[in-house]
Design a protein around this ligand. Structure first.
Ligand code: ZN
Length: 500
C-alpha cells in the first residue's frame, strides 16, 4: 500500500508521490512567539510530527522545516503590555515553546528558521514581485495586488466575493483592491524594523513563510502543512506570492490541514476560562506527555477535536496498560525497530488514520499479554515498540513510566533560563506557571524519595500474607492505594507497584 493523503488543493484523498523519492520536503507553519503555546497549537505540532515519523520510515531522506515568527504586531503588543523588550520576550517564548513540545516527545524539525534572520530573502522576494507588477508601493507600504494573480482562491475553493467578505479586514484607503495584502509595512523608530528600498519597515506575516520555505526547500516542494484556520488568507497569500515570484512553478504539491480543537465542547478562549496551555495539559497529565499525544491522536487529524480532562485521564490509563504489557515482557529480547508494525503502519498510510492506529496498538499489547511462546512474545514486543515509534509513543523505560520517574529537571532548567532572576518582569500567568512547575518538581522529588518506603510496605505485606494475616495485608494495600500506589502481585510471589 502507498501513502494516501488528503490534499486540500484537490479536495480529495490522493496517492502521495514526492518530487524526488530520495528526498521528501515538508514545511509547516510554526508559532508566533508572543505567549505560551496552547493545546490548540499542540495539535499541528503532534499531527505533523507523526507525518514526519511516517515519511522517515518510508523515504531515505526527509527535510522538515517549521518556522518561528518572531516579528509580528501581536508580539509588539504583548511586549508593550508586559513592559518587556521585544527580543527578550521572543527569546523567552521560544525557550518555553521548545520546552513544552519536548514534553510532548516531538522530534525537532531539521530546520527551524526565524523570520528576523531571513529579512534579506524577504526583501528579494518583494523586489521580484515589484519588478513583475504583482506588487505596488502605497503610503509607505508594499502591497501584493491580488487581481494580478488569476488563480487566487484555488486552495480555499472560494470565489473572490466570498473571500473579501470572509476576510473582514478594514480596507485601507491606499489599497488598489480590497483583497490586496501587505508585503512590507513601515516601522516607526521605536518599533522593530530593517532598512529597505521602501524605507525602514518590517515584513508582512505571509511573506515570511514564502521566503523561508523557498530558502530551505526550493521553489517547489512536496508538503505544506498547518491548521485549517491558516488556509485563508495565510496559505492562499503564500501561494500567490510564491507562484508570482517563480512563474510556471507550482509552489506546493500537497497541502495538508488539521482540524480545529475545542475544549469541553467550546472554542477555547481566555474569557471562557477554558484556555489550556501545553504546559497545563502536561501538568494535568502528571508529566506524562505521551498521554497528551495519545489523547490528541485519538481523533483523526481532519476532524474537529474536543479536548477534555476525562479524555486525557482515559489516555493515561491506556498508556499505563501499554507500558505494563512492555514491562511484563521485559525479559524478552527485542530486535531492531524494523519489525513489521502489525497494521499500525498501514493505518497511518491511509491519510494518517491515527484512531485506527491506536486501536491496533492496543490490540498488539493485548496479544502480547496473552502470548505463550517466547518467539511470539518477541515478535509482538518488537511490533509494539516499532509501531509506538511511528506514533511517538512507548519509547521510554516501562518502569520509569509506571513509577512516575518522569522528572521535570530538564524543563526546569529551561524555565530558569527563560525567566532570569526574581527581579525580571513577568506576567502574572508566567509567575503562576513557574510556581506550578516548582510545585510539580517538589511533588515528584517527594514521590521518588518515597520509593524505599513503598518497598518497606510491600515487604511487610508479603510477611503478613505468609503468616496468612490477610486483613493486615489488605490494609497495607489500601493504605498504598490511597496514596496512589497500585500493587500488582506476580504469579512468582513477588509484588511490583506502579502509580495510579
Ligand atoms: Zn505560514
Amino acid at each position: 500500500m502507498n501513502l494516501h493523503i488528503y490534499n486540500t488543493l484537490e479536495g480529495q484523498k490522493v496517492p502521495f508521490e514526492p518530487l524526488d523519492k530520495a528526498h521528501v520536503r515538508m514545511y509547516v507553519c510554526g508559532p508566533t512567539v508572543y505567549d505560551r503555546a496552547h493545546i490548540g497549537n499542540a495539535r499541528p505540532i503532534i499531527v505533523f510530527d507523526v507525518l514526519y515519523r511516517l515519511l522517515r520510515r518510508l523515504y531515505p531522506r526527509v527535510t522538515y522545516v517549521r518556522n518561528i515568527t518572531d516579528v509580528d504586531d501581536k508580539i509588539i503588543k504583548a511586549a508593550e503590555e508586559c513592559g518587556e523588550e521585544i527580543g527578550t520576550l521572543t527569546e523567552r517564548m521560544i525557550n518555553c515553546f521548545h520546552e513544552d513540545i519536548r514534553g510532548l516527545d516531538v522530534l525537532p524539525p531539521d530546520e527551524e528558521p526565524r523570520a528576523t534572520e531571513h529579512i534579506e530573502e524577504m526583501k528579494k522576494l518583494i523586489e521580484k514581485l515589484l519588478a513583475t507588477n504583482h506588487a505596488y508601493r502605497a503610503d509607505g507600504h508594499v502591497l501584493f495586488h491580488v487581481p494580478s494573480y488569476p488563480d487566487y482562491g484555488k486552495l480555499s475553493h472560494r470565489d473572490r466575493e466570498e473571500m473579501i467578505a470572509g476576510a473582514r479586514v478594514e480596507v485601507a484607503s491606499y489599497k488598489k483592491d480590497p483583497a490586496d495584502f501587505v508585503l512590507w509595512k513601515p516601522s516607526t523608530p521605536d518599533l522593530p524594523g530593517w532598512e529597505s528600498p521602501w524605507g525602514r519597515g518590517r515584513p508582512g506575516w505571509h511573506l515570511e513563510c514564502s521566503a523561508m520555505s523557498q530558502r530551505y526547500l526550493g521553489e517547489t516542494f512536496d508538503i505544506h502543512g498547518g491548521g485549517l484556520d491558516l488556509v485563508f488568507p495565510h496559505h492562499e497569500n503564500e501561494i500567490a506570492q510564491s507562484e508570482c515570484a517563480y512563474p510556471g512553478k507550482p509552489f506546493v504539491r500537497y497541502w495538508i490541514h488539521n482540524g480545529y480543537l475545542t475544549v469541553d465542547g467550546e472554542k477555547m478562549s481566555k474569557s471562557l476560562g477554558n484556555f489550556i496551555t501545553i504546559r497545563e495539559a502536561l501538568d494535568q497529565a502528571r508529566g506524562k506527555g505521551e498521554a497528551v499525544r495519545f489523547n490528541m491522536l485519538g481523533t483523526h487529524y481532519r476532524q474537529p477535536a474536543d479536548w477534555t480532562d476525562a479524555g486525557l485521564q482515559g489516555a493515561i490509563h491506556i498508556m499505563d496498560r501499554l507500558y505494563i504489557a512492555l514491562r511484563d515482557a521485559e525479559d524478552v529480547e527485542s530486535l531492531s525497530s524494523s519489525a513489521s508494525p502489525n497494521g499500525v503502519l498501514e493505518a497511518l498510510m491511509d491519510d494518517l488514520n491515527t484512531p485506527l492506529a491506536l486501536r491496533r496498538l492496543q490490540r498488539i499489547a493485548s496479544q502480547l499479554n496473552k502470548a505463550n511462546s517466547v518467539d511470539r512474545k518477541r515478535e509482538l514486543k518488537n511490533a509494539l515498540l516499532s509501531s509506538g515509534e511511528l506514533l511517538g509513543l512507548l519509547q521510554k523505560e516501562p518502569d520509569d513510566w509506571l513509577k512516575g520517574k518522569i522528572t521535570y529537571e530538564v524543563e526546569m532548567e529551561a524555565v530558569a533560563a527563560a525567566t532570569p532572576g526574581l527581579g525580571a518582569r513577568k506576567t502574572e500567568q508566567e509567575e503562576e506557571i513557574t510556581l506550578g512547575i516548582k510545585f510539580a518538581l517538589e511533588m515528584d522529588a517527594e514521590l521518588i524519595r518515597g520509593e524505599p518506603w513503598i518497598n518497606q510496605k510491600i515487604a511487610k505485606r508479603i510477611e503478613a500474607r505468609k503468616r496468612k494475616d490477610f486483613a493486615a495485608a489488605d490494609a497495607i494495600r489500601d493504605e498504598l492505594a490511597e496514596k496512589g500506589i497500585i500493587l500488582e502481585d506476580r504469579p512468582d510471589g513477588t509484588t511490583d507497584w506502579r502509580r495510579a
